[in-house]
Design a binder for this molecule. Structure first.
Ligand code: HEC
Ligand code: HEC
Length: 387
């Protein structure tokens, strides 16, 4: 279940949703859910928490009436307000062919109205639906710490994530997919803003003082915390990892990749097993770990409030290194996809990067070495398509 709702109205809405069998709690949602765990971990008082809700509502509006903060003009380069309005709100058809409420219709049952990955069906999925609020995405072409490009999101929407519950939305029109992709960016930036405001209140304001987003503080928050979040999204295009031209595949290259796969330097075997059989059966080499969305729920000595929220939340599952033989790659099976996956690892998960963190920075493997590992992975898969 999602974290406890602060107001009665929401608890009732959740019950109604459950009773209705829920195409995504969406129809009745009129406010975004606060990130309760983040606020409890930060030790925020109820008053501080409400002050953050008020600031978020002022900046981003509500699930029925989205808004773009005028002080973040570059957001308009990512999201068109009319598009957000069509994605938001309850499901309805006003004119022939125009559907309102696209997000609640197609996405909220898994990703939640707030984009917290806690829609009514999330519990039954593995992996869980993405929580957009961290702004962290796995299946993308950019360096590890950069947001995905618009093309990356489009691709996820068009093809889904094979091997997971994330379906393909190929049957929607391109325009509808674009609207939804913009709405994902909006929810992500809103979630990242919430995170920035919570840490401001928890770490920088005097204890117990609520947030008043005005005057100098407002200017500072806008220029130093929020504008950089938006800029990273706008600039994602310039953070794309370019795979080198494919080299001649011969046995020597494959053998080099095999040696690297089993080397300490690359460390692949430690998680994926000597034969690429995956963490589930790799035995002693594999240590239990968690992805980034889960790790903050695995608190060594949680306060009562945090422990309560964790108990109510989705069950904690460890991050499992994938089986590499005969399995479907979730992030695409083209050589360029595999190259990016190995070079940058998978953001938000325990799969590390072996290439440099930005262009020109050396990694633990050279670009040619990464290429040889990719060729090796392709060679151990008996199928036509790699992996
Ligand atoms: C049936 C459940 C389900 C529905 C419906 C669904 N998703 Fe997903 N979605 C998932 C799951 C599960 C993942 C996580 C896949 C993973 O971790 O590899 C995901 C991942 C994503 C990602 C992240 C990809 C990445 O690179 O990390 C995006 C973006 C996304 N979904 C957007 C949407 C949008 C937009 C809609 C509605 C048009 C939607 N999803 C509908 C289950 C769903
Ligand atoms: C610390 C553990 C760890 C190490 C080391 C590691 N991986 Fe992974 N790997 C993972 C996890 C976890 C996943 C699944 C991530 C997910 O989908 O959430 C994964 C997934 C993958 C995938 C699937 C990608 C896709 O599109 O579905 C490939 C390919 C892969 N790893 C290759 C490698 C290679 C090659 C190396 C060595 C350079 C390596 N891994 C090192 C943990 C690891």
């Amino acid at each position: 279940m999602p974290p406890p709702r602060p107001r009665r109205r929401h608890r009732l809405a959740a019950l109604l949703c459950a009773a209705a069998g829920a195409t995504g709690c969406g129809e009745r949602a009129d406010s975004f859910q606060p990130n309760g765990l983040l606020r409890a971990t930060g030790g925020l008082t109820d008053e501080q928490s409400s002050s953050i809700d008020a600031a978020l509502a002022e900046l981003f509006g509500s699930p029925d009436e989205p808004r773009l903060p005028p002080e973040l003009p570059r957001m308009a380069e990512l999201c068109d307000l009319a598009a957000l309005q069509q994605a938001a709100g309850p499901v309805a058809s006003h004119e022939v062919g125009v559907t309102q409420g696209l997000y609640r219709r197609h996405c909220a049952r898994c990703h939640g109205v707030t984009g917290d990955g806690r829609g009514p069906t999330a519990r039954y999925q593995s992996p869980y639906p993405r929580d957009f609020r961290r702004g962290v995405f796995k299946w993308k072409s950019t360096y590890r710490d950069a947001p995905p490009t618009v093309a990356d999101l489009d691709r996820v929407l068009e093809h889904g994530v094979p091997g997971t519950a994330m379906p393909s939305f190929r049957l929607l029109s391109e325009e509808e997919r674009e609207i939804l992709q913009q709405y994902v960016i909006y929810l992500a930036i809103r979630g990242q803003t919430e995170r920035a405001l919570v840490s401001l209140v928890a770490d920088e304001l005097p204890a117990g003082e609520p947030l008043r987003l005005e005057g100098d503080l407002r200017d500072e928050v806008m220029s130093e915390s929020l504008a950089p979040i938006v800029a990273a999204w706008v600039d994602a295009e310039s953070d794309v990892v370019s795979p080198p031209d494919s080299s001649e595949v011969d046995d020597r290259l494959i053998a080099r990749g095999r040696d690297l796969y089993h080397s300490e330097k690359a460390g692949c075997f430690k998680c994926h097993g000597a034969a690429g059989q995956g963490g589930a059966v790799a035995g002693k080499d594999y240590e239990i770990d968690y992805d980034r969305w889960t790790r903050e729920r695995v608190v060594a000595r949680p306060s009562d409030a945090v422990a309560h929220l964790v108990r109510q939340d989705l069950p904690i599952r460890p991050s499992r290194p994938r089986q590499l033989i005969g399995a479907t790659p979730h992030g695409g099976d083209a050589t360029a996809d595999l190259y990016r996956r190995v070079h940058q690892g998978i953001a938000g998960t325990t799969m590390p990067a072996v290439g440099g963190a930005y262009p020109g920075q050396p990694g633990s493997l050279t670009d040619e070495e990464v290429q040889s590992v990719v060729v090796y992975l392709q060679s151990i898969n008996p199928k036509e398509s790699p992996l």
